[in-house]
Design a protein around this ligand. Structure first.
Ligand SMILES: [Zn+2]
Length: 168
């Protein structure tokens, strides 16, 4: 996200951004800050394999990803993760906040927005009948031995899957 130049509330020109990325509006007195957006992702593990996806859309189209996405405002991270997995793959997963095993800041998209990626380990619930959504080109189960060969969009996802498969 580019820094705001005009106040999103009143439309006045903002002052220079301070070292924390905040910009103050002299007209209405508000301050605007640029914060990282939290994302949630899951290494879904069954029988020694983890479920990875192929991205159907930019950024990083065609590269390997894990199920997950951006949280909605006020959303519980575990609930948000379960929602994203349901939307992307049509399956239910079981996890908990205690199974969030990494938190990695990184840049995302053409604007280089800062994201904080929360990585969970999760179990599929019941029958796994994958029904990938439009933004998922493919989904497949991989072993720890295959991880180095895969073209992950983000290295921290490779680390998460390796950890989840007990090789981290
Ligand atoms: Zn203003």
């Amino acid at each position: 996200m580019k820094p705001f130049r005009y106040c999103p509330a009143c439309g006045s020109r903002l002052q220079e951004h301070d070292h924390e990325g905040g910009a103050h509006c002299n007209a209405c007195g508000r301050a605007w800050y640029r914060n990282p957006a939290p994302t949630v992702g899951a290494a879904i593990v069954r029988d020694g394999r983890a479920l990875v996806t192929v991205r159907a859309r930019p950024p990083h189209r065609g590269e390997i990803d894990i199920p997950g996405g951006f949280l909605q405002p006020g959303e519980d991270p575990v609930e948000g993760l379960r929602r994203e997995v349901r939307e992307e793959l049509g399956i239910e997963v079981d996890t908990s906040i205690e199974r969030c095993v990494q938190a990695v800041p990184h840049r995302y998209g053409p604007e280089g927005d800062w994201v904080l990626a929360l990585g969970f380990v999760a179990d599929p619930v019941g029958e796994v009948d994958l029904q990938p959504a439009d933004d998922v080109a493919a989904a497949r189960w991989v072993t720890a031995g295959e991880l180095e060969e895969l073209d992950f969009a983000w290295e921290h996802d490779r680390r998460l899957v390796r950890k989840a498969l007990g090789h981290g």
